[in-house]
Design a protein around this ligand. Structure first.
Ligand SMILES: [Zn+2]
Length: 503
C-alpha cells in the first residue's frame, strides 16, 4: 500500500484567524513533491478541543497505517491546547508519522522538538492575546464617543437610528409606558423603608412584567436602579461618579441634566464592583434620561450602603486558582487579597476547611511565594522532560539548528514588515512597530542562547527553560490554561509543596 501525505486544514468562524482553508492547503502543497496527498478540512471548528470530524477521520487513517506525514499551515491548526497537542504528537510518533508545519519548522522526532513545540503553543496564545487587545482598543475609542456598542437594550428604551460625527449608528429612545414604570421603581426605592422585595411584590400585584414576560426580580431591580442610562445626568451625577473613582470622558459643563449615560467596566473593574467604580468609564449618551439626578443618586447610595456588607465579587487573583489543596486536610485552598494602603496588596492562601470549622490547623501561605515555587518546579519539569531520552549531543545540534532557522525566519519577517512601512496607515504602523520590537527582542534572546550553547557544548540544555521568561507576559487566564495542561493538583502546607503532574 502506498503511504499518503495528509494535509490538515482548519478554520474557525468565530476567531480572527483569517487565512482560508483553501490558502492553507495551497501553502501545504508546496511542501509536497508527489501528488499522493489527501486533504482533511474542518471548517467552522475551533482548536479548543479535537472533536472535529475531519481531524478524527485523519486520526483513524493514521491508526490504519495509511499516513506517512501530516502537514499543516501552522501549529495551532492542530490544536490550541498544549496538552491536546502533546498527546497528538505522541500518537504521530507511535505510528511513525512525520509532522511538518510550513510556518514553524520543527522536528518532532526529538524530546527537545517536543518541548519546543509546547513553548510555541504558549507563544500562539500570546499572539492571540495581542489581537484581542487591538480589537479592544478599537472598541474603547468608539465607546468614548458615545456610540451605541451593542448588547441588550435596557427596559424603558428601544433603539432608533441616528448619526454621530457623521457616522450612522443607533441610540436609545424612551418607550413612554415603560419609562413610567421606571419612574415608579426609582421613586419607590428612593423611600428609605422600601426594599427591592417590596417593589418586586408591588409590580407582581400590578401584573407588570419584564419584556421577556418574566417578573421583575430583586437582582433585576437592583441592576435597573444603578444603571446611569436612566438618569438625566447633571452636575451632581458628574460629582458622584468622580467621587466613586470612575473615569469620566465628558467635561463637567456637558452635564446639563438631559442626557443618560453609558457606564463601561474596564479590566480592573470587577474586583471592587460593589464599593467603588474604579476602572469604570462614564460617557454621556445621545438619548434623554428618565429620572433626575437627585433621585438617581438617592437610589444609588442606598444600594451602595446595602452592598458594603455583601460578599465581594470573586475574581481570580492567582493562576494557581483551583489547583491548590490543603496538605493537612485535603480541602481546597482559597486565595484572598489583603488591600494595603501603604504598600502593595498581599495575596494569601487560606484553607477553606479551617475557615468553616476551625478543625484544620493550616495557617496561611503567601501566594507570591507559592507561585514562585510552582513556577520553578515547572521549569525543572520541562527541563527533565526534554532530557529524558536520546543523547545530549544530538539534542544540542538540533536545538542550535532550530534556533538558527527561527532567527532566519525572524529576520525575514522583520524585513518584510519594514517593506510594508511605506504604505502603512497609523494603526498598521503601530502594529508593525510593536511586532518588530517583539521579534527583535526574541532574536536577541535566541542569539544569546546560540552563543551560550556553543560555549557550553550543549551541556546546559536546561537553559531552554529560559523561554519561560515569557511567562511574565501571559495573562492569568493563559497561565491557568498552561498550568491546567501540566498539573493535576498541588498539595501545600508551610512545610511542603507536593505537585501531581499530568505529564
Ligand atoms: Zn486544611
Amino acid at each position: 500500500m502506498n503511504l499518503i501525505d495528509a494535509i490538515y486544514t482548519r478554520q474557525s468562524v468565530d476567531r480572527a484567524d483569517s487565512i482560508s482553508v483553501e490558502s492553507q492547503a495551497e501553502f501545504c502543497k508546496r511542501e509536497v513533491a508527489d501528488a499522493n496527498t489527501k486533504v482533511y478540512t474542518d471548517k467552522g471548528y475551533s482548536g479548543k478541543n479535537i472533536d472535529r470530524p475531519a481531524f478524527q477521520e485523519m486520526l483513524a487513517d493514521i491508526e490504519c497505517g495509511k499516513i506517512r506525514r501530516v502537514i499543516v499551515y501552522r501549529l495551532d491548526r492542530i490544536s490550541r491546547s498544549v496538552l491536546d497537542f502533546a498527546n497528538i504528537i505522541e500518537v504521530f510518533q507511535r505510528y511513525n508519522v512525520d509532522f511538518v508545519s510550513t510556518m514553524e519548522k520543527f522536528d518532532t522526532g526529538t524530546p527537545i522538538g517536543k518541548a519546543m513545540l509546547m513553548i510555541v503553543m504558549i507563544f500562539a496564545q500570546l499572539e492571540r492575546e495581542t489581537i484581542q487587545l487591538r480589537v479592544l482598543d478599537a472598541y474603547h475609542s468608539r465607546s468614548k464617543r458615545g456610540f451605541y456598542m451593542g448588547g441588550k437594550v435596557p427596559y424603558g428604551f428601544r433603539l432608533t437610528e441616528t448619526v454621530i460625527d457623521g457616522i450612522r449608528t443607533k441610540m436609545y429612545e424612551q418607550i413612554p409606558e415603560e419609562a413610567e414604570i421606571v419612574r415608579k421603581i426609582f421613586s419607590m426605592y428612593a423611600e428609605p423603608q422600601t426594599s427591592f422585595g417590596d417593589i418586586a411584590r408591588y409590580l407582581g400585584e400590578q401584573q407588570v412584567k419584564k419584556r421577556d414576560g418574566g417578573p421583575f426580580t430583586r437582582p433585576r431591580l437592583r441592576d435597573l436602579v444603578v444603571n446611569p442610562v436612566y438618569v438625566r445626568a447633571d452636575y451632581r451625577i458628574y460629582e458622584f461618579f468622580k467621587s466613586q473613582g470612575a473615569n469620566i470622558i465628558n467635561t463637567p459643563e456637558e452635564f446639563i441634566g438631559t442626557n443618560g449615560a453609558y457606564l463601561y467596566s474596564g479590566e480592573e473593574a470587577n474586583k471592587r464592583k460593589t464599593v467603588s467604580l474604579q476602572g469604570h468609564t462614564l460617557v454621556l449618551a445621545p438619548h434623554e434620561g428618565i429620572v433626575n439626578g437627585g433621585i438617581w443618586i438617592k437610589c444609588r447610595s442606598k444600594c451602595l450602603n446595602n452592598n458594603r456588607v455583601a460578599k465581594p465579587v470573586k475574581a481570580k487573583v492567582t493562576w494557581l486558582a483551583g489547583k491548590i489543596r490543603c496538605a493537612q486536610c485535603g480541602y481546597a485552598l482559597s486565595a484572598k487579597t489583603y488591600h494595603c494602603k501603604t504598600k502593595e496588596d498581599n495575596r494569601y492562601f487560606l484553607c477553606a476547611h479551617k475557615y468553616d470549622t476551625g478543625v484544620c490547623h493550616f495557617g496561611s501561605l503567601n501566594a507570591d511565594f507559592l507561585e514562585e515555587t510552582v513556577f520553578k518546579e515547572l521549569c525543572k519539569k520541562l527541563t527533565k522532560f526534554q532530557t529524558l531520552s536520546k543523547q545530549r549531543q544530538e539534542n544540542f545540534d538540533l536545538h542550535t539548528i532550530n534556533l538558527k532557522s527561527r532567527i532566519e525566519k525572524i529576520e525575514q519577517e522583520i524585513s518584510s514588515l519594514l517593506d510594508k512601512v511605506a504604505q502603512a496607515n497609523e494603526s498598521v504602523m503601530e502594529y508593525i512597530n510593536s511586532r518588530v520590537a517583539a521579534l527583535d527582542a526574541e532574536k536577541k534572546k535566541l542569539n544569546a542562547e546560540v552563543v551560550h550553547l556553543s560555549k557550553t557544548g550543549g551541556e546546559s540544555l536546561e537553559k531552554i527553560s529560559g523561554y519561560l521568561d515569557y511567562w511574565a507576559l501571559l495573562t492569568i487566564s493563559d497561565k491557568i490554561t498552561v498550568v491546567d495542561s501540566l498539573i493535576e493538583n498541588i498539595y501545600a502546607s508551610q512545610e511542603e509543596i507536593k505537585i501531581k503532574w499530568k505529564i
